[in-house]
Design a protein around this ligand. Structure first.
Ligand code: UFG
Length: 332
């Protein structure tokens, strides 16, 4: 059975990944410091609680296992916080990740799937954004992820470390079997907040800015289901294991379809309305650093890895997230 290490496997996306890999027959070990992850989300695989800053612990872990590949989700990812606390972001997302890369090379584990982000592109100069688009991040979060992408290119050349950096657009949705879903504290993402406003955990949802140059004045984003993100990781890992992909590769991950904040709220209203719920909406000022439109061109991963999203329609994405929100409310 192939062994895989999932760093950050107790988080939102990582926990879905662990489930998918376990169901596919991989022997999964989760390494997570539980700073933003939850033990309760590790429903598959073995959990080792630890921090990437702890190099001796990483060495012990690698010496005790026979990992063939690593998938790394461990990072801080709040754009606003990265502006006010850049040291936290560079230390964890760059310096601690360097420990992981070095231990991988030391133990000759030469395949890494790395969570990168659309935030590495900065303000789009054209749309949809392909992988050739300039990468000029406008916040420390995006910069920290871009630094690791650069490291990965050099580690491929010098040490033969193969990697695939996946640049996520807006991750959302939940496990269709409802064992897992999004849990952030604080929650900052649009879809879970809209649904919390429906369930009553929030009194209302604020639309940040209605004067953007878009069809209804609200920002456009490319929402991608967490299961589709995970299937891309699995394809990337398989391509490295079979030597179809070598060196340092990168792919965008989005649906290629943009929805405005207002459209997301409208679809959500229809979905929660069927269960008798309503959503209070308020207007607010623009949030600093939000580009008007972020939409992915994901043709490269479709062509090279034959990735196909299963849940690309926004209704299904929001329906799954709503089922999860109802479950969370029922549990509390
Ligand atoms: N929004 C609101 N009200 C809210 C929350 C969000 O109107 O209460 C709007 C935002 O202004 C934005 C859209 O909803 O226009 C989506 O916002 P999210 O916070 O859900 O997601 P972002 O697009 O800001 O962030 C995502 C990832 C980041 C990544 C970024 C790339 O979550 O990790 O894309 O720019 F950095």
């Amino acid at each position: 059975m192939k062994e895989v290490l999932v760093v950050g496997g107790a988080g939102y996306i990582g926990s879905h990944m662990v489930k998918m890999l376990s169901k596919s027959g991989f022997d999964v070990t989760v390494f997570d410091n539980l700073s933003t992850g939850y033990k309760s989300l590790v429903k598959y695989g073995k959990l080792v609680v630890g921090d990437l800053a702890d190099r001796p612990l990483l060495e012990k872990l690698f010496s005790e296992h026979n990992f063939q590949s690593v998938i790394d989700f461990a990072a801080f990812s709040l754009v606003g916080e990265s502006v006010s606390e850049p040291a936290k972001y560079y230390r964890n997302n760059v310096a601690n990740t360097l420990n992981l890369l070095d231990v991988m090379v030391q133990y000759k584990v030469m395949h890494l799937v790395f969570s990168s982000t659309a935030a590495t592109y900065g303000n789009p100069v054209y749309t949809p954004i392909d992988e050739q688009h300039q990468q000029v991040p406008i916040n420390p979060y995006g910069a920290s992820k871009l630094m690791v992408e650069r490291l990965l290119q050099d580690y491929a050349k010098a040490y033969g470390l193969n990697s695939v950096a996946l640049r996520y657009f807006n991750a959302c949705g939940a496990d269709p079997e409802l064992e897992l879903g999004e849990m952030h504290d604080p929650e900052t993402h649009l879809i879970p907040l809209v649904l919390q406003a429906a369930s009553g955990r929030l009194s209302s949802i604020c639309i940040f800015g209605q004067d953007y140059p878009t069809q209804d004045g609200t920002c456009i984003r490319d929402y991608i289901h967490v299961q589709d993100l995970c299937s891309a990781h699995q394809l990337a890992m398989a391509a490295m294991l079979s030597s179809t992909l070598t060196g340092a590769e990168c792919f965008n991950l989005g649906n290629g379809a943009g929805f405005t904040v207002q459209q997301v709220i409208n679809v959500s209203k229809d979905i929660v309305g069927k269960d008798g719920y309503t959503i209070n909406v308020q207007q607010a000022d623009r949030r600093e650093g939000d580009p008007a439109e972020l939409v992915a061109n994901s043709r490269k991963i479709e062509e090279i890895l034959h990735w196909k999203p299963l849940y690309s329609d926004i209704e299904t994405i929001i329906q799954h997230a709503w089922e999860w929100e109802k479950r969370l409310v029922a549990l509390h």
